[in-house]
Design a binder for this molecule. Structure first.
Ligand code: T3D
Length: 261
């Protein structure tokens, strides 16, 4: 894959690590960066050797959202169209990636940067992490999926509070609120994130893909529809070799080594 300007990629043990590398702007997003990320997520989806993805940032930021210094047009520019063209396709690619995703948040995640973190399945954060719905501070509304993710991850009251006040919350608060999966010391962030991603990469990929689908759809379907979806997915999961491997491992009291089908 790549190389891509201002993005570092590394792949090991089935884990693809994507690091935004614009530390001077706290990894603010440009059109070029957003396009590259879209291509990388396309490739990660197609590449069978990628079984989990980490998204992080170099320096003291995770991602500060739209690069406010690279905007070409002045007042009156169609921000909605810009979001539609550059942000929305990427958010969909991340959220619907049929593989586990982990945001590694070691600094500030602001505006669409916070949306990127929330589009991932897991967030591992260090004590240096901060989250801010920066949109309201510049007279905008949450975009890039923040209005979808915030109430689902935090509940409506907290979502409204963060979106309408635009206060910065610490990694500790985000962990207490359930936004962050795991809170770790700054010097252990990468190790702990990789440990989680490796564990996911070692899991049964077909089942993991379907678990993700079921949980996503469970937030929008009725109970009846969810029960039907679950039994359909279960029929497919039960036909995989990985199900047999899991069963044998249990009976032999050994760890399962899943093969991916
Ligand atoms: O078309 C569209 O507009 C699409 C819209 C997309 C949705 C969005 O993402 S809108 C939200 C955009 N993001 C923001 O409004 C966040 C702006 N940044 C901040 O509020 C603060 O920087 C932070 C709260 C994120 C961090 O504060 P702090 O004090 O830790 O750092 P800092 O000193 O403000 O920033 C460090 C440097 O990064 C600084 O550069 P300098 O002065 O050292 O040369 C700062 O200008 C730069 N920086 C931070 N955020 C951005 C940025 N440069 C460009 N764009 C940024 N978003």
């Amino acid at each position: 894959m790549g190389p891509y300007p201002e993005i570092e990629l590394m792949q090991e043990h089935g884990v693809l690590e994507i690091l935004l590398n614009r530390p001077d702007s706290l990894n603010a997003l440009t059109e070029g960066l957003l396009d590259s990320l879209g291509l990388i997520f396309d490739q990660a989806k197609a590449d069978g050797s990628v079984r989990a993805v980490i998204l992080g940032g170099r320096g003291r930021g995770f991602c500060s959202g739209q690069d406010l210094k690279s905007l070409h047009e002045g007042p009156g520019r169609d921000v909605g169209r810009h979001v539609d063209q550059y942000y929305n396709p990427l958010i969909k690619k991340i959220y619907h990636l049929p593989k586990p995703t982990v945001a590694m948040v070691g600094g500030v995640a602001a505006g669409a940067g916070m949306s990127l973190a929330m589009a991932c399945d897991f967030r591992v954060a260090s004590y240096a992490a901060r989250f801010v719905q920066a949109f309201v501070r510049i007279g905008l509304v949450p975009d890039s999926g923040s209005s979808f993710f915030l109430p689902r991850l935090l509940g409506m009251a907290r979502a409204l509070e963060l979106a309408m006040l635009g206060d910065v919350i610490s990694g500790e608060e985000a962990y207490a609120n359930g936004l962050v999966t795991k809170l770790v010391d700054t010097d252990r962030l990468r190790e702990e994130t990789w440990e989680l991603a490796r564990r996911l990469a070692d899991g049964p990929p077909v089942a993991l893909e379907m678990i993700k689908q079921a949980i996503h759809e469970g937030t929008i379907r009725s109970l009846d529809d969810t029960l039907t979806l679950e039994s359909d997915l279960q029929s497919r999961a039960a036909q995989t070799e990985d199900h047999q491997i899991g069963l044998r491992a249990f009976l032999n009291k050994q760890p399962a080594r899943f093969i991916g089908w």
